[in-house]
Design a binder for this molecule. Structure first.
Ligand SMILES: C[S@@+](CC[C@H](N)C(=O)[O-])C[C@H]1O[C@@H](n2cnc3c(N)ncnc32)[C@H](O)[C@@H]1O
Length: 246
């Protein structure tokens, strides 16, 4: 708890993210990852490999953008920085380790930006205009971000309103990826499975709230919350899909 409080205080972020709970969620992700580093490692490796595979299919003579790169757990940054002229990381906040890695590599910039361009004005969901006018773009990847767009924003809402808003945010992000002036890769949760003590799936939830994601080129399981994290009986795992060009 003390570590989280300090991280919250020292991590630079967009001002609204500090008030809204987004920065607390950002810090909480790091704490969960410290508790479950080994369980998360296969998912992070698969995510990095999927981003790199998609990045290898595009012209590297320009800029690559990684959306949701705040902690860099699932981003092959060194490889991307070696391949592209420039790499821009986009998130509401960046950990100290991410900022250090960017400085070290020299051609990497951290950009604090709300990719929904909606958060302070919700429930109005905007069509983002970010990056649409960038002729230097060669590659964009949205990495384990899509289902997170609604997590904090819908926390206080009734179920129906939360699902409607969550779906609108997800659809606006997918639509925006499709309008970018370069190929966009997508790594995102496709299902949330609650697993009982015998390994049986006791509930399956849709993290995209009914929005249709593009077909996945590859899927895998992320052991997000091994038994003991949520309660002593259940574990939670996510089915993750990677789409090379969304
Ligand atoms: C589950 S984490 C993904 C892990 C992340 N790819 C990494 O670098 O380790 C989701 C990330 O999305 C970011 N995020 C959530 N909503 C966002 C928004 N509206 N705009 C930009 N980033 C956002 C969070 O701050 C967080 O870093």
């Amino acid at each position: 708890m003390l570590r989280e409080a300090i991280d919250w205080l020292v991590t630079p972020s967009l001002p609204f993210a500090r008030r809204s709970g987004h920065l607390s969620e950002f810090v909480a992700i790091a704490a969960r990852r410290r508790r479950h580093r080994a369980a998360w490692a296969p998912h992070e490796a698969r995510s990095r490999a999927a981003v790199l595979r998609a990045a290898m299919t595009v012209d590297p003579d320009g800029t690559a953008i990684i959306l949701g790169a705040g902690h860099l757990y699932d981003v092959p940054l060194a490889e991307l920085a070696a391949r592209f002229r420039r790499v821009e990381l986009v998130d509401l906040a960046f950990s100290a380790a991410t900022r250090r890695a960017a400085r070290r590599l020299g051609n990497v910039t951290c950009i604090r930006h709300d990719v929904t361009e909606s958060l302070p004005e919700l429930p109005r969901v905007a069509a983002p205009g970010f990056l649409l006018d960038r002729p230097d773009l060669r590659f964009v990847a949205s990495v384990n971000l899509l289902s997170q767009l609604a997590v904090v924003a819908t926390r206080e809402l009734e179920d129906d309103a939360a699902d409607r808003l969550g779906r609108a945010l997800v659809e606006a992000h997918l639509d925006w990826l499709g309008r970018l002036p370069c190929p966009a890769a997508l790594v995102c949760d496709r299902a949330i499975e609650i697993v009982g003590p015998g390994g049986e799936i006791v509930a399956s939830l849709d993290p995209l709230k009914g929005a249709a994601a593009p077909a996945a080129d590859e899927t895998w399981t992320w052991d997000l919350a091994p038994r003991g994290e949520v309660d002593r009986v259940h574990s939670v795992r996510h089915v993750v899909g990677a789409t090379d060009r969304s």
